[in-house]
Design a protein around this ligand. Structure first.
Ligand code: ATP
Length: 324
């Protein structure tokens, strides 16, 4: 393997640039060429390539987003599209691919590898942390810190006005951000997709905290929580049932996807990028690199896309105790 392609695909996350840098520098270290592919699989289909040297990735370790851009490609879901992608790889004499993305990107990679026997290694990059085979995905730690910082600010205004705030954080299918940011920011209640605690319980808990003399409260809600109500409906429900509360809603949204990556994400990206290149140079393929007990590990891409890892329910218990 002499020429390795690198791309970012699906939703972007902080730390993707640090991972690109790591892949590029590891290639340079091992005297392999590195080619950047713009806009994920769509750029692969269109042959949108750029040659990257160790110096092309100066000053990006600290930048959010991705210099290679990211995209979702419907064309890559078709056999025709994937055939075009493969032709471009052959034409540019690329021998292997590092895909930085989420489970959708890995699913595409697995299918592509099956069809063309093209070597692929995945690096998990998504803020949701919902990928099996790693305790942390790239960007998750940064997103958590961003969410906590934002909730801290909301708490200031909530307590000045004796208000109850519903804060929605990202996480369509996974409550990692909600649960950890909720505990980290001292939320009164945390609603996550993995566990439906019921709305009655939430009302009871809010009543209890009023009785206990708390003047303001924060409820952290994951986008995909299972209460059956969106965050605005939740707020309305509480206002109807607990008129003593003045309720406000704040949806943190895409700010959680941006910003300078945390030190943790930069270190993780550097480690995973090096490992990805080393695996390819050892003729390994179809693996995802990840972190477990602070060791870099590998998982087959097939396994990685089967599902996320379990959320730490101990944290819910801790959160309960903290709201006493
Ligand atoms: P995120 O978790 O942030 O959403 P992701 O990598 O899961 O990131 P997706 O949009 O699901 O994001 O997938 C990215 C791209 O991977 C898709 O736009 C498509 O090009 C490719 N892809 C996903 N699923 C398949 C599939 N079944 N077959 C072929 N390609 C796929």
């Amino acid at each position: 393997i002499k020429r390795i392609g690198v791309m970012t695909s699906g939703g972007d996350s902080p730390g993707m640039n640090a991972a690109i840098r790591s892949v590029v520098r590891a290639c340079a270290y091992y005297r392999a060429e590195c080619i950047g592919i713009y806009r994920g699989y769509q750029g692969l289909i269109e042959g949108d390539f750029v040659s990257l040297t160790a110096r092309s990735v100066n000053n990006i370790i600290n930048k959010g987003g991705t210099i290679l851009k990211s995209a979702r490609s419907d064309e890559f879901r078709t056999k025709e599209g994937r055939k075009k992608a493969h032709e471009n790889l052959v034409e540019h004499e690329l021998h292997a691919l590092v895909v930085i993305g989420g489970d959708g990107s890995f699913t595409g990679g697995v299918i592509f590898n099956k069809e063309f026997k093209f070597p692929i290694i995945g690096i998990p990059g998504t803020i949701d942390n919902d990928i099996f085979g790693t305790s942390h995905t790239l960007g998750y730690d940064t997103a958590l810190n961003t969410a906590v910082e934002a909730i801290d600010k909301i708490r200031d205004t909530a307590s000045s006005h004796n208000r109850l705030f519903f804060v929605e954080v990202m996480g369509r299918d996974a409550g990692f951000i909600a649960l950890n940011a909720g505990v980290g920011a001292g939320a009164e209640e945390i609603l996550i997709p993995e566990e439906d605690l019921g709305l009655k319980r939430m009302l009871e808990s809010l009543k209890k905290s009023r009785r206990a003399g708390k003047s303001s409260s924060i409820v952290v809600v994951a986008e995909g929580d299972k209460s059956g109500k969106n965050v605005y409906e939740l707020a309305q429900y509480v206002e109807e049932n607990l008129p003593e509360y003045e309720v406000r809603v704040s949806v943190l949204g895409h700010m959680q996807r941006g910003g300078a990556p945390s030190c943790f994400d930069r270190v993780l990206a550097s480690r995973l990028g090096v490992k990805a290149v080393e695996l390819l140079l050892d003729n390994e393929t179809n693996l995802m690199v990840g972190l477990k007990n602070n060791e870099v590990i590998t998982t087959s891409l097939e396994e990685a896309i089967k599902g996320g890892h379990a959320i730490n329910m101990e944290l819910l218990r801790v959160s309960d105790i903290m709201t006493t």
